[in-house]
Design a protein around this ligand. Structure first.
Ligand code: BTN
Length: 252
């Protein structure tokens, strides 16, 4: 076992919320597999990883494409927090940002939880709520150096492309899990001040002119000014301030 896999195993065997890891070569979706395990009685704290997904899910009903072996496709389960569950996607975005930063890169978050390096997306988060737990799905493009970046893929990047070197995905995963555990503790305890402050520091959306398309199809245009206590994005518009709970943001 490599030393980075050792770090992962010690994290799971040590005092964290993560109690076991299931690594499969292929899943339809790790979120789906984590859901099935939870419904079959596995308690929160499970980590499910796949090398590739056949039906990877993105936000807003989109699909999530991967390069087999070139990314981290992981879903974790966590108990429903006492504090505001709407902060969980932000906590996951922060955890990914922390892990990518530890690879030596400058990271920005695009609300609610896209992780960008040099303005290009390399990770996303999809949180799904079950009766007894949350499934937090995280996709990180780790090494897509073999991919032709023409066309739409030009808006995306991967850690290895940005860092210009090989990247150990187990190292990245360990850092994500360690950081996510800590941020979730804050959410769990209803103590979101530190999380909201860090998020606003890391977030490229705040202070920018934005166009937000909500799940209902409404379009909100204005200047993003900050987050409220639930993680909703405050936008100053010509019609006055609006708090957006969910949506896709275009900057500029
Ligand atoms: C987004 O649209 O930005 C969110 C993408 C989330 C993708 C991850 S990959 C692992 C987990 N399993 C899924 O099916 N989706 C999430």
């Amino acid at each position: 076992m490599s030393s980075s896999e050792d770090r992962l195993v010690s994290l799971v065997q040590g005092p964290s919320r993560w109690h076991s890891i299931e690594h499969v070569p292929t899943a339809t979706s790790t979120n789906e597999l984590a859901k099935q395990r939870t419904e079959a009685g596995t308690p929160p704290g499970l980590v499910v990883i796949a090398d590739t997904q056949t039906e990877g899910r993105g936000r807003a009903g989109r699909s999530w494409q991967d390069q087999p072996g070139g990314g981290l496709l992981v879903s974790v389960t966590s108990r429903i927090p006492r504090g505001d569950a709407t902060l969980v996607p932000l906590a996951a975005g922060l955890a990914v940002a922390d892990a990518v930063r530890r690879q030596g890169l400058h990271v920005a978050l695009k609300w609610p939880n896209d992780v960008l390096v040099n303005g290009r997306k390399l990770a996303g988060v999809l949180v799904e709520r079950l009766d007894t737990a949350l499934v937090i799905g995280i996709g990180i493009d780790v090494d897509w150096r073999a991919v032709d970046r023409a066309g739409q893929l030009a808006e995306w990047t991967s850690i290895a492309e940005e860092a210009g070197r090989d990247v150990d995905r187990w190292d990245v995963l360990t850092d994500v899990l360690r950081s996510l555990d800590a941020w979730l503790c804050d959410v769990d305890e209803g103590d979101a001040e530190r999380l909201l402050a860090q998020y606003q520091l890391d977030c490229a959306t705040i202070g920018a002119r934005v166009t937000v398309t909500t799940p209902a199809g409404d379009v909100v245009e204005g200047r993003a000014v900050g987050l409220d206590a639930t993680g909703a994005l405050g936008v100053d518009t010509e019609r006055g301030p609006i708090a957006v709970i969910a949506g896709d943001v275009t900057l500029g």
